[in-house]
Design a protein around this ligand. Structure first.
Ligand code: FES
Length: 574
């Protein structure tokens, strides 16, 4: 149903008026080799492409952009591919999270400052999904997210390998001396063997699934493996649909309700998704003006079974998940937990989109009565060590540590940790609690994924594979272990984590959602009074902008100035 007329299009302001400036714009379109009939009076669709030669997860995006364009042309739109920052999770330092807000700004301002009527966002590698979506939500134009899709299963030495998860396991085994250098080399060659994102339930698969559950992708899009021919078909369908969305004026504000965010959280929990989802979904919700906080996460976690039997919590990989029916089938299985009447980009409700979706393998997408966990795949903790919250993924940790008390072994930063963790004289045993300070949003900076602190070598050799670990860092969704993450406020700004000393008793009680430093209040106050703030990490450049604006983990680590929902007027064109 067309609501918008050609003269209502945003791009009409650039091209449709009889002014000297409009003439100038059209003359430069002619310079680009296009005729006025190609674009005038038609929806101009920006294809924000986060392709880069150093992003292996997006290496198919040049081809996919062509397939999106094919769809836009067929539907009577005019496609314009625009490069946007490619955040390659694996390579970008000190932490890709620092650049998520950079990409969000770039996406928003590209859409605002150019003659664009609608957008296709091409992302998938961890931070690219929230980064692009945050910017596009703030701009408010019709958009569809086109997920990169997971890579194929890894394979080496006769074993199926999962991104991250099997590297972390292999590294522990190499250090314990149970695998040799050749097996380690074989793992390097076979663990990432096609285009696409990490294929465990890491942050990429989690966030691509989350935006589908929000209603921002075509139904089923997030589960399709990147090299599958159906992925190319989905790209073309996305291009066709965005043109219709512009005519229908279907905007993110109509899609991103409180219920839609509940759906995304519930879906992430049923998937056993990455803890990074807490940071990103809170940031997205704040951009959209929806209600979502850590307490809501925990409330939904207590009511959501873990059904996706995917590593690191389970056994399979995203390729298996797709063949088993993919996200639509899993959401159909938890339909009673979802708000089925939320709107999605194809103009239908979520309930309509998942109707009749079938599970083809009950061992990959488990039935409700055989869930890996009946509830609590993520848990939000509170206590005097994390007054503004912290998170743990009980599903990926040894149950003996779910209620645990132990003495702290404190590392003041990651340099200190690397220097001492394997020291044979380190005073540590399997009941100790490893504590890493200064790894949060400002301390890291950018909350690097250091939260899965390595087990000391001498304990690995004794067969220890999990310990309680606590930090203000994040953890890769592909990681596992009893790792308490996102402690807020962070130690770099004087949160209680900064005050922990070697030998302090720490108590974790996941069923009670408590994390406590067992020292007296006067002792805590004395340590606080003696604490000195460190020098900021950056004095200039983007690092300084980040330092001055970033919020804490429980607030989504967005820039306050970007999360602000005041209206920005359309640019003047004179
Ligand atoms: Fe790109 Fe994992 S490195 S998704």
């Amino acid at each position: 149903m067309k609501k918008v007329k050609p003269e209502d299009l945003r791009s009409h302001r650039w091209f449709g008026r009889e002014t000297m400036r409009s003439f100038n714009h059209r003359s430069r379109m002619a310079q680009l080799g296009v005729q006025e009939s190609d674009y005038r009076g038609k929806p101009i669709i920006a294809i924000l492409n986060t392709w880069s030669e150093i992003n292996p997860c997006h290496q198919h995006f040049r081809q996919r952009a062509e397939e999106v364009k094919r769809g836009v042309w067929q539907a009577g739109g005019f496609p314009v591919e625009m490069p946007a920052m490619s955040i390659a999770e694996i390579f970008q330092k000190p932490s890709p999270l620092m650049y998520r807000n950079f990409l969000a700004m770039e996406a928003e301002e590209l859409l605002r400052s150019y003659p664009v009527d609608g957008a296709v966002l091409m992302g998938g590698c961890d931070k690219t999904t929230p980064g692009l979506a945050m910017g596009a939500i703030s701009m408010g134009l019709p958009f569809i997210f086109m997920p990169a899709g997971p890579m194929l299963r890894g394979n080496a030495s006769g074993a199926t390998l999962g991104s991250g998860t099997d590297m972390f396991k292999g590294w522990s085994e190499l250090r314990a001396g149970t695998i040799d250098q050749q097996q380690w080399e074989d793992l390097l060659q076979g663990i990432a063997r096609s285009p696409g994102t990490c294929m465990t339930m890491g942050t990429a698969a989690t966030m691509m699934s989350a935006v589908e559950a929000l209603g921002l992708t075509l139904p089923g899009a997030s589960s399709i493996p990147a090299p599958d021919s159906r992925h190319a078909q989905m790209a073309t369908a996305t291009g066709k649909r965005i043109v219709e969305m512009v005519w229908e004026d279907l905007r993110p504000a109509q899609i991103l309700t409180d219920d839609a965010f509940d759906n995304a959280v519930t879906t992430v929990l049923a998937l056993g998704g990455s803890t990074n989802a807490l940071v990103h979904l809170i940031a997205l919700a704040r951009r959209a003006g929806a209600k979502l906080d850590l307490d809501r996460f925990d409330e939904l976690a207590r009511a959501t079974p873990l059904l996706a039997n995917i590593r690191p919590a389970g056994k399979y990989l995203m390729e298996d998940f797709y063949y088993a029916g993919g996200l639509r089938a899993m959401m159909e299985r938890i339909r009673v937990k979802l708000h089925a009447n939320t709107m999605t980009v194809n103009g239908r409700t979520l309930g309509e989109n998942i109707e009749g979706a079938r599970v083809f393998n009950d061992d990959v997408i488990l039935p409700l009565d055989k869930a890996l966990l009946q509830e609590g795949s993520l848990a939000v903790l509170r206590g005097n060590l994390c007054p503004d919250g912290a998170v743990i993924k009980p599903a990926a940790s040894e149950p003996r540590l779910h209620r645990h008390q132990g003495r702290a072994v404190v590392f003041r930063d990651y340099h200190d940790l690397s220097a001492r963790i394997d020291d044979p004289n380190l005073d540590v045993d399997e009941d100790s609690v490893l504590v890493l300070q200064n790894a949060g949003p400002l301390g890291g900076p950018g909350m690097p994924e250091w939260g899965q602190l390595p087990i000391p070598k001498k304990l690995l050799q004794k067969g220890v594979r999990d310990m309680l670990r606590i930090s203000d860092a994040r953890m890769s969704g592909t990681s596992f272990g009893a790792c308490v993450l996102h402690v807020a406020p962070e130690s770099f700004v004087g949160g209680p984590l900064a005050l922990v000393r070697d030998g302090d008793l720490i108590e974790l009680d996941i069923p009670a959602r408590k994390l406590s430093l067992l020292i007296s209040d006067p002792e805590m106050a004395a340590r606080r009074a003696a604490w000195k703030a460190p020098e900021p990490r950056y004095k200039r450049g983007y690092g300084a902008i980040f330092t001055q604006n970033v919020t804490q983990a429980n607030e989504g680590c967005d820039f306050a100035v970007l999360a602000d929902r005041s209206q920005i007027p359309e640019p003047d064109i004179f």
